[in-house]
Design a binder for this molecule. Structure first.
Ligand code: C2E
Ligand code: CA
Ligand code: CA
Length: 762
């Protein structure tokens, strides 16, 4: 009966081992396989013992012993394998599989074979029948084979123990329990088993010990979480943070505070209640705040004000029972300062410390949305020729100028003003009308001097104003209008203040209107060349200048003065010029038969050189209309030669090489340089009519014209007088040696057909 009780116990052990091996296999841990193998390896061992205990038949007992001995070999192998992984030995340097060396594999295999051969040679063990608990029991009588088997098994156990002892000594205290429990169980199990083996006591109960070992191995490898270790780690993390943490038990008593909490409350002792009470006196009853949400609070007053994020929350177990509460206080003073600094840097101009462009417009826009800018101006403050100022007086002076203008803006501003630096040389401001006193501003600006140390330099500053009329206006548009207003005083060094008024608005609208119509106007032939005759000394018409006219369907006849300056500004002039050049070529090709000796001069605007390849364009027209380039004359003004002179001279040179005649237009109207003339690749000099105008001293004007003509002569340049209005002028110019003449005396610019009639009559 008693033996049957053992069988039941052993069956339970087997079931337990099977469960553990299954559970370890299912766990996702990498060691699961080794644990599973070990638990499974114990099954034949226990099963063998079950057979031995349960049977009164010799054969069954014999099978039981074979299972027991061979099972032991398998169990030892599995234990070595597990130890290798559990103790991390496999990572030992250059010693792969160090704990299950190859010779042990061989040893276990040989052992299993020699145990099986016992069937033939009976060299390992034989069975001796004894009586236990009143029934026959078969004891194994060991021979040399089993002794070998024991050496193998005990060596394996010794190696495993050695590894466990070594690692137990090595690891920190918190980890020791993982190893020490297994080690002790292994030692006890081995002693227990040895006791049965060496004293040859029937019914080996040490199987219980082995199963416990299997269970422990399963527990420590698969289930165990080092909670004490986690506790310690988490406590360390919380102590280390800069966040003040205070923990309360479920009944509301303070149970733990960290160092920052003590620092925050200024309580150095370990009196937890005192820390907690001080915290409440500083931040009030935090538990009333919304749970688990950080709320900003501040303590003290500027400049010593400090800001905190305060939060509280509950700990519940999985059944929602309250385990306690916590309060967290995070000091964000420095973080706030840093963010404020970054924000300042992002919104301000580094040099002057006032707003930058984006922020200025944003603030104006925000105030507009709040309807706060009624009776306000947007102003643009512009430093004239700032680049030149910088180049001449140096960057340091340039910076000083910017800082002083910013200071000047600050001086006038009150809290209702918005101002900032918009670009390198412009500032913007938004101010109530009442703050603007024209005389004061004019006076300030006309005496504006930049001071650096003892040195002072004058600088010209212009201010343009635009009134805010609607709340939905875009600040940058208002600002641009203020800039447009500046244009009206651009060349007037006595005026410093300009307003975006009706006149400027109308001009702007006009400019917009006609700019938008240019393409259609060209397509519909509203834009046409008029021709103004050019005569020789005998008054015979030898050619003409093409001068553009716009016959507008709404505005009627328009002179170049109405649109040329605008198109020169916005670059559209090139489109217009290309049309006139083509038209001139077209006329010349028509004249091929009727007036083959007449030439036409066309104007080339300074902008054209930058907007298109003038030479290629005109050459292609000449080719298209198949005309002699000699009949097309190219007029360039002096002023267009002022910049990039060398490049342009090359272009003119190329024109001449290709057979065109190049004329220097308006000579004498700008900053004429007689010196420049000698290098200019021009064939004709068009002397500006201003020379011939009502000069106070006609004799002097005469002398100048005479000398210009003579100089041109010496340089082998033909001279052409523009603006000849009277017969006297014509006669006088002839005496002075002029070759060609253009002016109202001969004819105004006239439509092509009229010109052709004029020619046919003469
Ligand atoms: P410009 O090239 O100097 O043209 C001569 C201007 O003087 C013409 O004015 C002409 O009508 C005017 N004029 C001619 N004889 C007399 C005279 O005896 N007395 C007076 N008081 N004026 C005279 P317009 O046609 O109004 O052209 C003005 C300017 O517009 C031209 O000056 C030229 O710079 C520009 N322009 C005209 N057509 C074109 C063109 O197709 N392209 C470009 N880029 N500019 C053009
Ligand atoms: Ca001209
Ligand atoms: Ca001219």
């Amino acid at each position: 009966m008693f033996r049957y009780a053992f069988i039941v116990v052993f069956a339970v052990l087997i079931a337990t081992l099977l469960y553990c091996s299954h559970a370890s296999m299912c766990s996702k841990k990498s060691i699961g396989k080794s644990v599973c193998l070990f638990c499974l390896s114990l099954v034949p061992l226990v099963l063998g013992n079950m057979f031995i205990i349960g049977t009164s038949t010799r054969v069954v007992a014999l099978v039981g012993y074979y299972m027991y001995y061979i099972g032991m070999d398998i169990a030892m192998y599995a234990l070595l394998r597990f130890t290798r992984e559990y103790c991390g030995v496999k990572n030992a340097k250059n010693q792969k599989d160090h704990i299950v060396p190859f010779w042990l594999h061989i040893l276990f295999t040989i052992d299993v074979i020699q145990l099986l051969l016992n069937n033939i040679f009976s060299h390992a063990f034989e069975l001796q029948e004894v009586s236990a608990y009143g029934k026959p029991y078969f004891l194994s009588v060991p021979h040399i084979g089993v002794s070998i088997h024991r050496v193998a098994c005990y060596s394996a156990i010794a190696i495993v123990m050695f590894v466990f002892v070594k690692i137990t000594i090595k690891v920190p205290v918190l980890y020791k329990e993982r190893y020490i429990v297994i080690l002790i169980t292994l030692i006890l199990g081995t002693i227990w088993q040895a006791y049965y083996v060496f004293f040859r006591i029937p019914i080996d109960r040490s199987m219980v010990g082995f199963t416990i070992l299997g269970l422990l191995i399963y527990y420590f490898s698969i289930l165990y979480r080092p909670l004490r270790l986690l506790d310690n780690m988490l406590a360390d993390i919380v102590s280390d943070t800069k966040v003040a943490v205070v923990l309360y038990g479920p009944e509301g008593r303070c149970i733990w505070v960290n160092e920052p909490a003590k620092e925050l409350t200024g309580i150095r002792s370990d009196n937890l209640e005192e820390v907690s009470n001080t915290l409440i006196s500083l931040f009030g009853d935090v538990s009333k705040l919304p749970e688990a949400k950080e709320v900003e609070m501040s303590l003290g007053t500027a400049p010593n004000e400090r800001s905190y994020m305060v939060a509280h929350g509950k700990f519940n177990d999985r059944y929602e029972r309250n385990l306690g509460t916590y309060v967290k206080v995070r000091d964000i003073t420095e973080e706030k300062k840093r963010i404020e600094k970054e924000l300042f840097a992002a919104n301000h101009d580094a040099l002057t410390g006032i707003y930058n462009k984006e922020y200025t417009f944003k603030v104006i826009s925000d105030r507009l949305k709040q309807h706060l800018l009624k009776d306000y101006y947007v102003a643009s403050i512009y430093i004239c020729d700032f680049k030149v100022f910088n180049d001449v007086f140096g960057r340091e002076f340039g910076d000083a100028a910017l800082i002083q203008i910013a200071d000047w803006l600050k001086k006038y501003a009150d809290e209702t003003c918005i101002y900032g630096r918009i670009a390198g040389d412009t500032f913007g401001s938004c101010l109530p009308k009442r703050l603007f006193v024209q005389n004061i501003v004019e006076n300030d600006l006309s005496h504006f001097k930049v001071r650096l140390g003892d040195v002072e330099h004058r600088i010209t500053v212009h201010v343009g104003f635009c009134e805010i009329e609607e709340d939905d206006q875009d600040p940058s548009v208002l600002y641009d209008r203020a800039l447009v207003a500046l244009d009206s005083i651009k060349d007037d060094y006595r005026k410093h203040v300009a307003f975006f008024d009706k006149k400027i608005r109308d001009k702007m609208l006009w400019d917009q209107e006609i700019s938008g119509q240019l393409d259609t106007a060209i397509e519909e032939n509203q834009i046409v060349p008029y021709l103004q005759p050019i005569a020789d000394k005998n008054g015979k018409i030898v050619g003409a200048e093409a001068l553009v006219r716009w016959i507008h369907p709404v505005h009627g006849f328009m002179s170049p003065g109405d649109f040329i300056p605008l198109f020169e500004d916005n670059g559209m002039i090139t489109e217009l010029d290309k049309h006139i050049w083509k038209s001139a070529c077209e006329i010349l090709s028509r004249w091929e038969k009727t007036n083959p000796n007449l030439f036409i001069s066309v104007n080339v605007s300074p902008k054209d050189f930058y907007m298109t390849d003038v030479l290629a364009e005109i050459v292609s027209d000449v080719i298209q209309y198949d005309i002699d380039p000699h009949r097309l004359r190219i007029e360039v003004t002096e002023s267009s030669m002022m910049r990039d002179t060398d490049d342009k001279m090359k272009i003119l040179e190329e024109f001449r090489k290709q057979g065109f005649i190049v004329e220097m237009d308006d000579f004498g109207s700008g900053y004429s340089s007689l010196n420049m003339l000698k290098d200019m690749p021009v064939d004709i000099l068009k002397i500006d009519m201003k020379f011939l105008g009502k000069s106070s001293d006609e004799i002097k004007a005469d002398i100048i014209v005479k000398n210009v003509i003579r100089l041109a002569e010496d340089l082998q340049i033909i001279s052409l007088a523009e603006g000849v209005e009277t017969v006297d002028q014509f006669e006088r110019l002839k005496v002075l040696g002029c070759h060609l003449f253009q002016g109202y005396y001969f004819s105004k610019p006239i439509p092509i057909t009229e010109f052709e009639e004029l020619i046919s009559k003469s």
